[in-house]
Design a protein. Structure first.
Lengths: 192, 192
DNA sequence: TTATCGACCAAAAAACTAAATTGGTCGAAA
DNA sequence: TTTCGACCAATTTAGTTTTTTGGTCGATAA
């Protein structure tokens, strides 16, 4: 009762490492149990299924990133600064979750609907975050955006593009490069 | 001798359709031969391998697209127009090659090195095309770009991002949307 | 009551094997 | 010069058996 939450925490803590290494599919309940020095069936006292454990781990991980981003944004004042903070923090955070991220990617083929669901939910969050920043910029008379929704999606798509590009190890991006690109986003390439 | 080239053309013409439907792996030489009303071994009189046939088909298809793009660009005068023509023509062309494109994607898992090689070569072409347009814009005093190479790659990556987004059927993009995005690329989102 | 466990099961996955296909070769014959 | 069928080694596929895995349940400590 009083220990349940604590044990749950322990489980997801250990499960996280194993999932990060082997991904969802290749991680077995037996492994997690052994690492916990418990019997496999004991895990089911705390979680209903392997899926539930994984989902919990995912959500927790997402929370950490979300908070980092939230904090980074709130520390900036200008919409430009916020957008920059968002992009940079997101990039760094994902890099830190690289193991996890690649594990997810590996099992992209088998499309577990609960993972798909998670992705969708997270995508929607990101859309909200970006569009909020953009909207604030427009409201404060700093940004001039014709189609806010389309621009939001565009930024997200581009961001995802860079993401997979970077994680594919095609090019090593520095912070300076990101700034360069943000500069294009902010001011365009046409001379004024 | 005089007919060899003609027969070769016939083969790749027929092979293209089959490859487009079933992809490289699932297409058999027997099928191609049957569609040609020839024996399988006859194909080897014209091509050294299945790979060579596929490669030829690929290259031909790329040539068609390349010419379309080249023509579209040359008909425009301003760098903005050229870039717009490039993006639009490329998008349309790839949409037309959708079957082919998805066949390629399906076999992305098995990574045939000759396909990888082709992709790389084509990527380099695209980089050249884009950077040429950008450079012209800069030289004519129309564009103002800090890091030309990085901007080129950025545009290409973003383009690829949209590509897979569109082909995944996530959103239906109109020409107007593209124009909207190009507008962001040209003028940025910061109010002037 | 709370927490843990081993025995157990159905279903899925992995390992194995036999049979069929496939890309490619070669010499013969139109 | 062009086409073909017979043939081969190697890969794929289909079918089967064995093992593993997620999950359940009742017993049993604490």
């Amino acid at each position: 009762m009083i220990n349940v939450e604590k044990t749950k925490e322990e489980i997801i803590e250990i499960a996280r490492d194993i999932f990060a290494r082997f991904g969802f599919k290749k991680t077995t309940m037996e492994e997690i149990a052994k690492a916990m020095r418990k019997a496999k069936s004991s895990l089911y006292y705390y979680f209903q299924s392997k899926e539930e454990i994984f989902q919990t781990v995912l959500e927790q991980e997402a929370n950490v990133l979300r908070e980092k981003i939230e904090k980074a944004i709130s520390q900036e004042d200008t919409p430009q600064g916020k957008l920059r903070a968002y992009v940079l923090t997101r990039m760094r955070g994902l890099k830190q979750l690289a193991n996890f991220y690649s594990a997810l990617k590996d099992e992209y083929l088998e499309n577990y609907k609960f993972i798909e669901k998670f992705r969708k939910k997270y995508d929607e969050e990101e859309v909200k975050t970006i569009s909020k920043i953009l909207k604030e910029g427009v409201d404060r008379g700093i940004f001039d955006i014709k189609d806010l929704e389309m621009t939001t999606i565009a930024i997200l798509i581009a961001l995802k593009g860079f993401e997979s590009w970077v994680f594919q190890g095609n090019t090593k991006w520095t912070e300076k490069d990101i700034d360069n690109l943000l500069d294009v986003l902010f001011h365009g390439i046409v001379k004024k």
